[in-house]
Design a protein. Sequence first.
Length: 400
Amino acid sequence: MNAQHPSTDNIHNKTTPAFSPGRLIRENKLTALLIAMGLFVTVIRFTQGLGGVSNLDDNYPWGIWISFDLLCGVALAAGGYTVTSAYYLFGLKDFHTAVRPAVTSAFLGYLFVVVALHFDVGRPLRLVYPVFVSQGTTSVLFEVGLCVFLYLTVLAVEWSISAFEWLGWKGIRTVIVRLTIPLTVMGVILSTMHQSSLGALYLIAPSKMHPLWYSPFIPVFFFISSMFAGMSMVVFEGSLAHKGLHDQMDEAHLRDADKITLGFGKACSIVMMGYLFIRIFAIAMDNNWNLLSTAYGKWLMLELLGFVALPSFLYAVGVREKKIGLIRFAAVVTVLGVVLNRFNVSLVAFNYNLPSAEKYFPHWMEIALSVFIVTLMVTAYRFICTFMPVLREHPDYKAH
């Protein structure tokens, strides 16, 4: 085995350096600056309350933290359930090397969504109440909270295989591996529930949302868009990892990268065309064609044509011509489109009939805290991929 893969052990040995916080700060000055700024704002948030760092009010109790950190974060972390279900449940073995990076990014995505909620909730110590103390079983928000809590637990268990291999805990690692299929099934079920329920939260506000975005199908929109959002994010992260963490990848990850990108490109193109169809069908069902000539209608057309139809076409062309760069570009456009959609639903189309003077715009500290959360997540991802077998296989478990 060593003769066939001489580089694998070298990669494994090379990527276990001694951890030095001082060296980490020196080599990542921008990261250190963003974290320092985030810690400063964090102190203000938890000493002066929400009013000290945000522009939230009764009209906009959910601001950029919910729009970006929660709605976008959960959608873009959907690569976990899409990749694991493709590999473990549908037998698409070509995605083997994409499983651990996808699970790692999904785990960190959901983990930092929960971290971000501690900033957004007025009384963060009561964040556990809906699950452990006072269950409001008739509330959609309770279902979202419970599913996110359970799915984060599932992701933590799935991801722990990498940590146990790094620590050398073979016994517990073997136990977790045997639970892979039931964990995958549970992850798909929970993801289906809470991805759609995030959209269902807005069903109670038909008078506040613009008719072009409000629809009884909005839970379906959120769920289907999470599919291509997650896959596109895996492609986007993979392209960044191949530049920044290239030396952490073994031969298998380097060899299979283009094949995996083509597979995700094909799937995204198909799913996005289906999503575009049901969005148009919703407009037709509500007979809102006349609204397309308004400013909001033109903004919707930009969302659907520029960030759904266009990347779907680019994906198709990229797969047909085997142009990996084009597929990666389409992935970036798709990720931006999902972010745009979540902001449109939660902010742009929400309270659309209020006067401009009463519209919400985030405080700079709200933006700073969101940047802080993203910086922490990226730093954690880099740390895990550097020290743990995520972008490479551990030599002791190749036969498994």
